[in-house]
Design a protein around this ligand. Structure first.
Ligand code: 8X3
Length: 264
């Protein structure tokens, strides 16, 4: 929509999963993009797909795309991020904190320290670092939209999700604090809480075991990365006086993390 024309949208975890698709939809709507992820090759292909989508839309505004290889869990890298963004794109309008992942289904007592730290570093500290970096500028300009990707798992925990659910509950709580802090500004804060989305998410959780990952989505029609990307773009495109504070979105056959109907 027109409201996204010329906006600068920064997306973390933009090379795969939920994060790869919004780039294309924002480009189509005339936005400019800064795409962040850990792998340059994957970023490059998302960037060219976004540029092609922009071209196909025949718009004269937007379509600038910059990529930055960055791991949000790397404190120094995040601190130096602004210097890596081309000057013309430094005034970010929409920050999409999407980078996040899950490792394992270990029960409490068996959780590995490395897994615990890795999930908290990216899902929580990385998201907080990115938000801190841009919210100062948003406040100074009295504008901006922070869209955090939470999860159904942040609303309700499940067995085997001791750390992941806690990270997403932290995202929820942090988003709520931020929303309250910027109530006297034009800054918008949204938390999107998806349920089952079929991406590489469960493949990572089961450390490459594709058949274990497939079982998570077996027998029902899960959300796709594109479905969630459409929600991200939708909240961003609301008129500037509207803030979608939370958006809880699940497949039609899911009612909670554990109440899932599998018609087969
Ligand atoms: C993903 C939702 O239930 O697969 O955030 O952990 S779940």
């Amino acid at each position: 929509t027109q409201r996204l024309e010329g906006k600068v949208v920064l997306i973390t975890g933009a090379s795969s999963g939920i994060g790869a698709v919004p780039a294309i939809l924002f480009a189509k709507a005339g936005s400019n993009l800064i795409l962040l992820a850990r792998r340059q090759d994957a970023l490059t292909s998302v960037a060219s797909a976004a540029q092609a989508a922009h071209k196909a839309a025949g718009l004269t505004v937007g379509g600038k795309v910059a990529t930055v290889v960055l791991d949000v869990s790397d404190r120094e890298a995040v601190a130096g991020l602004l210097g890596k963004i081309p000057e013309e794109l430094r005034k970010v309008d929409i920050l999409v904190n999407n980078a996040g992942f899950v490792l394992g289904v270990d029960k409490i007592g068996d959780i590995k320290d490395d897994d615990m730290e890795a999930m908290f570093e990216t899902n929580v500290y990385g998201l907080i670092r990115m938000t801190q970096l841009f919210v100062k500028d948003f406040k100074a300009r009295n504008t901006g939209h922070i869209i955090n990707i939470g999860s159904v798992a942040g609303r309700e925990a499940y067995a085997g999700g001791g750390i992941y659910c806690a990270t997403k509950a932290a995202v929820r709580s942090f988003s709520q604090s931020l929303l309250r802090e910027v109530v006297d500004t034009k800054i918008r804060v949204t938390e999107i809480q998806p349920g089952l989305v079929e991406t590489g998410f469960s493949v990572v959780r089961f450390r490459g075991d594709k058949s274990a990952a497939d079982k998570v989505y077996e027998g029902l029609e899960p959300l796709t990365g594109k479905d969630v990307a459409e929600e991200i773009v939708w909240v961003a495109a609301r008129p500037s006086h509207i803030n979608i504070a939370e958006l809880f979105v699940m497949p039609v056959n899911q009612a909670s993390p554990t109440i899932v109907h599998r018609p087969g």
